[in-house]
Design a protein around this ligand. Structure first.
Ligand code: NAP
Length: 345
């Protein structure tokens, strides 16, 4: 059993990380932005092995200085908190600062104030692997790096929506490895690079508008918003939140994965596959789903299949991950959104 600090426990992934750590017998403290959020989360996690600490804004470099200090002291820190949305007004303020300062800030705070911490695990992203010009037919793995720089951020073509988020994650992970190289702290770093994460939505949501970014498409299918035209899939890789969360726990537990990064993906998917799984498993939703080649065209794989393959062997062999199927993840996600609908009706 270890004592572990998790940042962003109120998030879609962060809550799943807290859940799996508690199930594996660890004692957890999670950061939340305010007391109300702690109360909301506590109602779903009555465990006396879970505690809360308030960190209002991770964009401040010293935000974690006090949070990393605890009695009994921490053995490991898992940093999941970072903004994930495409509604960006000011790329620097909304995305880059919380992502980069949050990541560098927590590493600095551990080095300064938490000498017992042996391992830090950060949630990076497929975004830090993405390359716009990656040759068709090649495979993504943790050996890939997104080449974006701070200059790209001020380029209006690359600064909005998805590109803004991707840039924030790529720069944050780069900054973390640079910190390790330069500062040589007394703890190790492991980075996890999940692809798009699906899975059950947070149990305390009170509105479908609060569904997290990567699960939004499921609500669009369920609500009938895509009946006439299925949206393009975007990134063609996915992973279930419970598997991504387990990877965080394993990375904190296994000293042998220190200094490494891992691409977390169960494989390729396209929106058409999600629609087909939903239609088969939930006949009552069929009327609202797009059907027929024309409506599903944009959400199908391009001719010849997905442009890029993947290599997830390191996550399976070194972390020991086994990935859930797209069918299981899709069905569980839809059920969780139906439960949310029932709660708010
Ligand atoms: P989420 O549900 O929006 O969770 C984000 C978490 O970060 C929340 O706890 C949020 O707090 C916290 N946060 C954001 N900005 C903050 C700030 N300025 N100060 C303090 N806390 C802040 O998103 P998620 O999908 O779980 O993402 C979690 C992590 O996984 C992120 O690092 C993301 O980049 C990474 N990731 C996600 C996916 C995906 O498909 N979901 C894929 C790859 C990587 P509040 O709850 O108070 O807002």
């Amino acid at each position: 059993m270890s004592r572990i600090l998790v940042t962003g426990g109120t998030g879609f992934l962060g809550a799943a990380v807290v859940d799996v750590l508690l199930a594996r017998g660890h004692s957890v403290v999670t950061t939340v932005r305010n007391a109300e959020k702690a109360q909301q989360m506590r109602a779903h996690f009555p465990s006396d092995k879970l505690d809360f600490v308030i960190v209002e804004d991770i964009a401040k470099l010293d935000a974690f200085d006090e949070a990393v200090v605890h009695d009994p002291p921490f053995d490991a820190v898992i940093h999941t908190a970072s903004p994930f949305h495409y509604n960006i007004q000011d790329i620097r303020k909304d995305m880059i600062d919380p992502a980069v300062n949050g990541t560098v800030g927590i590493l600095q705070s551990i080095k300064k104030n938490a000498p017992t911490v042996k391992r830090a695990v950060i949630t990076s992203s497929f975004a830090a692997l993405f390359q716009a010009d990656k040759p068709r037919g090649s495979k993504y793995s943790e050996r890939d790096w997104n080449p974006v720089t701070l200059d790209t951020v001020s380029d209006p073509v690359n600064s909005g929506g998805q590109a803004g988020y991707r840039t924030s994650k790529a720069l944050a992970e780069k900054a973390a490895w640079e910190f390790m190289e330069k500062e040589k702290p007394g703890f190790t770093l492991t980075a996890l690079n999940p692809s798009l994460i699906f899975g059950p939505v947070l149990p305390w949501l009170h509105s479908v508008n609060a569904i997290n970014t990567s699960n939004e498409r499921f609500w669009k299918f369920i609500s009938g918003a895509e009946k006439l035209k299925c949206s393009p899939t975007g990134s063609l890789f996915w992973v279930d939140v419970r598997d991504a969360a387990l990877a965080h726990a394993l990375a904190a537990e296994k000293p042998e994965v220190a200094g490494k990064r891992f691409f977390l993906t169960a494989g390729n998917f396209c929106n058409r596959e999600l629609v087909e799984i939903i239609g088969d498993a939930f006949p009552e939703l069929r009327d609202g789903l797009p059907s027929g080649d024309e409506a599903l065209k944009d959400g199908s794989y391009p001719p010849g299949g997905p442009a890029h393959g993947y290599d997830n062997s390191a996550s399976r062999k070194e972390l020991g991950l086994e990935y859930r199927s797209l069918k299981e993840s899709t069905i569980d996600t839809v059920k969780s959104i139906q439960a949310l609908q029932n709660r708010v009706q």
